[in-house]
Design a protein around this ligand. Structure first.
Ligand code: SF4
Length: 151
């Protein structure tokens, strides 16, 4: 094992034990957003996995998106994604983020998150419960750890 591998292992260890997340609402009815906030409270305690809510995309590892993407929000969503440092990961939360949901076909709606930016984890539900959101985040962290081990 050379120093490059050691450095890669250390950064993966740090990233998967302390992922900083940013939340973006691209057109949600706020139902999913309330569940995300509940997931971050001490009752459901997403912080036990090291997750920290971050205000700036420049410091975030994971982008958590809710809602169908409206024409108005599209540019902001792309800008937030582009400002995040690589490697970056996207979690789509709720039926609207996955497919457009009840807003599908509206004149002002483009559609799902993955029509605009790449998505790594899909969490279905309307809205998904905090347990489902926690499971989705843990799934992402597990895949990152396993990917790091396989390489
Ligand atoms: S999935 Fe349901 S709760 Fe979430 S934004 Fe869409 S309508 Fe609202």
């Amino acid at each position: 094992m050379n120093w490059t591998d050691v450095f890669s292992d250390v950064t993966t260890w740090a990233r998967t034990n302390s992922p900083w997340v940013i939340h973006f609402n691209s057109g949600s009815c706020n139902g999913c957003d309330i569940e995300i906030l509940a997931t971050l409270t001490p009752r459901y305690d997403l912080e036990r996995f090291g997750v920290r809510l971050e205000g700036s995309p420049r410091h975030a590892d994971v982008l958590i998106c809710t809602g169908a993407v409206t024409r108005q929000a599209r540019e902001s969503l792309c800008r937030v994604y582009e400002q995040m440092p690589a490697p970056k990961f996207v979690v789509a939360v709720g039926a609207c983020a996955l497919s457009g949901g009840v807003f599908q076909g509206c004149y002002n709606v483009i559609g799902s998150i993955d029509q605009v930016i790449p998505v790594d984890v899909y969490i279905p539900g309307c809205p998904p419960r905090p347990q489902a959101i926690t499971a989705g985040i843990v799934d992402l962290l597990t895949r990152l750890r396993e990917g790091a081990r396989a390489s």
